[in-house]
Design a protein around this ligand. Sequence first.
Ligand code: GLU
Length: 425
Amino acid sequence: MITQEKKKEGMYESVVKQFEKAANAMNLDTNIRKILAATNNEIVVHFPVKMDNGDVEVFTGYRVQHNNALGPYKGGLRYHPTVDIDAARALAIWMTWKTSLAGLPYGGGKGGIQLDPKKYSTTELERITRRFTYALGENIGPDYDIPAPDVNTTPQMMAWISDTFMLTKRPSERSKFAHVVTGKPVGSGGLEGRDRATGFGVVTSIQAWADWKNTTLAGKRYIVQGFGNVGHWASLFMKEKGAILTAVQDASGTIYNADGIDPQDLLAYTLTNKGNVAGYANATSIEPSTFFGLDCEICIPAALGNQITEANADSIKASVIAEGANGPTSPGGEKILAERGIDVIPDILCNSGGVIGSYYEWLQNKQGELWTMDDVITRLEKQLLISFNKVVAASEEYKTDFRTAAYIVAIKRIELAYIQRGVFP
Ligand code: GLU
């Protein structure tokens, strides 16, 4: 089963260790190091919401704004029982590196609500989302902090956020605020292709890795953890490459078929099964603890953080881990992977297609344009390959792993901005 992020400090510890490793390798200016080690703002809101039965429940929501040296804070909102201040902090910091590596004019932020959305009706989720937006108030804004979807949050929820935020403004000004959030449904200012942008980016980075290794994806076996937005879109694009999906794991169970699982067929099944893969007829159910040790060439963790750890890294058979999730590999797990010669395409590169798509949506809204799917996919692929090549070059220059190289590229851009602008006063 997907290990819940029980040790809440786990992801935060990971991001701190990763940062320190990169800061040492690049000899980061000590003053800038102090600035980047801290988060700028941490907002915690408690807000009441009326449930369908008339009772009131009080929820806790978070928004951590790590750094905005390169532009407005940017990053998703997650609805999950494991959301707390440490998780929001870690995820916000990862966003700062991700947007910088992608060359976007953004900083990093992240937040969410500590809840299990499966326990609430759609009307309750709408009231929770709208009241959370209202509670955040001026802490978000199209040129200040721009949320987006993340684990368990949907385009529909983004439409509610946008609508609620606009309604707090003067009628004549409302339309200027639609892009307070990205990942909206197409038709409410959303971008064609934003839905598949993260999964497409994951597969583009796997393809780039394969090219770098002088190999192809056709016939390669891969396993996917999480069949949500990232996992299912990545699987559909892997199918186009001719790769074979042999196992999928989610919170409901683990399914396996050595001859291959058709991602399109599995998706159709999950849509009738509350999003769960368990019970899928064309695969067998296997013991969840065996998942990461399954024989395959490519492993795509696309669920929660801290899934590949010291406890299972030894058993992994894949030659590459493509991090669709944020923080799926702990530093201890990563050390074992490195010793075993297993490559890791780090989250801040591998899943950056999502926030790059968000940037296109934000630009589209700001400029009153409508982009086509072709525009989006072509630009996205180009931008991801630029990032991938920068990471490869930095890993050669600094003789280091891909993650540390990605951090170095990301942090250098921010370091330069601080050096040029100085610190007020
Ligand atoms: N939640 C996604 C991420 O972790 C997307 C963030 C965004 O589009 O702002 O990168």
